[in-house]
Design a protein. Structure first.
Length: 198
């Protein structure tokens, strides 16, 4: 059983306390949304859960040795990809190290990225850049999927695509989403308001 336990974690930047004394158990295939206003600490908490950041206080425990890129798939608008790679090269590189749920060709077709596969990542619009990052995460076969404001720079059509991919390909994973937009977490069965830990 996949489990991530946050035990009394707090995070401080300089003199500012982002959140404090947060204890929460994330279990198996449940779906969680971390809610809060912009700059409230949602993304910081997700990075701590993923192991990218360490808490100022407290600890995060992982079952089944799930900590690591093989076990946690993470997508965020802040992630930087190789700007000189084409879209196909990014997918080929990523899946040298990760297990895909479906073939790369199918991923590109289902995601509507087929028309962009020979374009350099740096030449894409912000919305398509985000779709590349999100597609890589959604189609990586891991026990846990962490999504930081997944529909940033998306139009209505891409919001619909996101919901469809989640429902068709991701429901057997633990999912943790940070968001303040209901359509990004409509499938989540547990809501965590970070304002409660200020």
């Amino acid at each position: 059983m996949t489990q991530i336990d946050c035990i009394g974690i707090s995070k401080r930047f300089n003199q500012e306390i982002i959140f404090r004394d947060l204890t929460y158990n994330f279990n198996s295939t449940n779906k969680y949304a971390i809610l809060g206003e912009n700059s409230s600490g949602k993304s910081t908490l997700l990075k701590i859960i993923s192991g990218v950041l360490t808490p100022t206080k407290g600890k995060v425990n992982y079952s089944d040795n799930i900590l690591g890129s093989k076990y946690i798939s993470f997508a965020s608008p802040e992630i930087e990809l190789f700007s000189d790679y084409t879209v196909t090269e990014l997918f080929d590189f990523h899946f040298k190290f990760q297990k895909p749920k479906i073939t790369i060709e199918d991923q590109l077709n289902i995601s509507g990225l087929g028309n962009f596969k020979h374009k350099k990542y740096s030449n894409l619009s912000s919305g398509i850049m985000n779709k590349v990052k999100l597609t890589l995460a959604l189609f990586t076969d891991t026990p846990a999927l962490l999504l930081d404001e997944p529909c940033s720079n998306f139009d209505h059509e891409n919001n619909e695509w996101y919901s469809k991919i989640i429902n068709n390909y991701c429901m057997d994973q633990m999912i943790i989403v940070t968001s303040n937009a209901p359509h990004e977490y409509s499938f989540c069965n547990e809501l965590i308001n970070i304002q409660n830990f200020k």
